[in-house]
Design a protein around this ligand. Structure first.
Ligand code: AMP
Length: 284
């Protein structure tokens, strides 16, 4: 596997593939790789001629300085995992390489970015759009892979490529979970042993709610999920919304959409975890 740290070398390496019309697949990550990331990498390898994975902790998408400072960085281990997985190129640039000067672009993706994470993490999606657009310009992938764990992020990326006219196919990948249901996340390593034991209540409660949702109103499901998780010491639900999975707007009745998705953010101690689940559409 080739490890490249600058855009010029990356472009020159990939130009050989482009010349031969080979399909370039791309997985953007912030490193501290786990099996969730690797499931995207596997899919990328199987669907393209070459797989490029970027590892870059993007400062402009962190609205919390402490979160940026404490974000796990494990480049050496990440490269080992990527190599084992069969990835061809790891692109691991410095902050100076990606931001030789400040990126002053301000995006407006309308309603998909002004709800949920968009409200609670001001500037987050603007930073995501800044770095992902720069990475797309650098890699020029045919296909780019994103995890449904960051459900809202996929909607924002789709809006971005449409707005900027970037010719890339965005591929959604399912959430990979631990055996006890907890969605894999680079932030899980920051949980204490006690918090790690409690955290699966999030996925467990979401799953339970899917089973009884057909007999309950949207509000009853929201109340159940919120109160069940809040009842666990050290857990605090920041929001739980049931939205139309395409527009990300909250629904008040199941009949409001044929694609209901529940999106949650929970503080477990000081670690912020997100997750989501799809509900069955109301049969008509
Ligand atoms: P991150 O490094 O957290 O920015 O994540 C990089 C990519 O991996 C994003 O598209 C995430 O949605 C995806 N990802 C993170 N965790 C998981 C997971 N548990 N299952 C599937 N994809 C994931």
């Amino acid at each position: 596997m080739k490890v490249i740290d600058n855009i010029k070398d990356l472009k020159s390496y990939l130009s050989e593939y482009k010349k031969d019309n080979k399909k370039i697949g791309f997985v953007p990550t912030m490193g501290a790789l786990h099996a969730g990331h690797l499931s995207l990498v596997k899919k990328c390898i199987s669907e393209n001629d070459i797989c490029v994975v970027s590892i870059f902790v993007n400062p402009t998408q962190f609205n919390d300085k402490h979160d940026l400072e404490t974000y796990p960085r494990t480049l050496e281990q990440d490269c080992k995992l990527l190599e084992q997985a069969g990835c061809a190129v790891a692109f691991a640039p410095s902050v100076e390489e990606m931001y030789p000067e400040p990126d002053t672009r301000q995006f407006d993706f309308g309603t998909v970015s002004s709800v949920m994470e968009g409200i609670r993490r001001p500037g987050h999606f603007n930073g995501v759009a800044q770095i992902v657009s720069k990475l797309f310009y650098a890699v020029e992938p045919d296909n780019a892979y994103f995890g449904e764990k960051d459900f809202q992020q996929i909607a924002v990326i789709r809006a971005m490529v449409k707005q900027l006219g970037i010719p890339v196919n965005i591929v959604d990948c399912p959430i990979l979970r631990e055996e006890d249901g907890l969605a894999l996340s680079s932030r899980n390593v920051r949980l204490t042993a006690g918090q790690r034991q409690k955290a699966p209540v999030i996925a467990r409660t979401l799953k339970e709610s899917v089973n009884f949702a057909p007999e309950k109103s949207v509000q009853e499901v929201i109340d159940y999920v919120t109160s069940t998780i809040n009842a666990v010491p050290e857990m605090r639900v920041e929001y739980y919304e049931i939205v139309d999975g395409n527009t990300l707007q909250s629904i008040s009745q199941w009949s409001d959409t044929d694609y209901p998705v529940g999106c949650i953010a929970v503080y477990c101690g000081e670690v912020r975890l997100i997750d989501n689940i799809k509900y069955q559409p109301l049969s008509k």
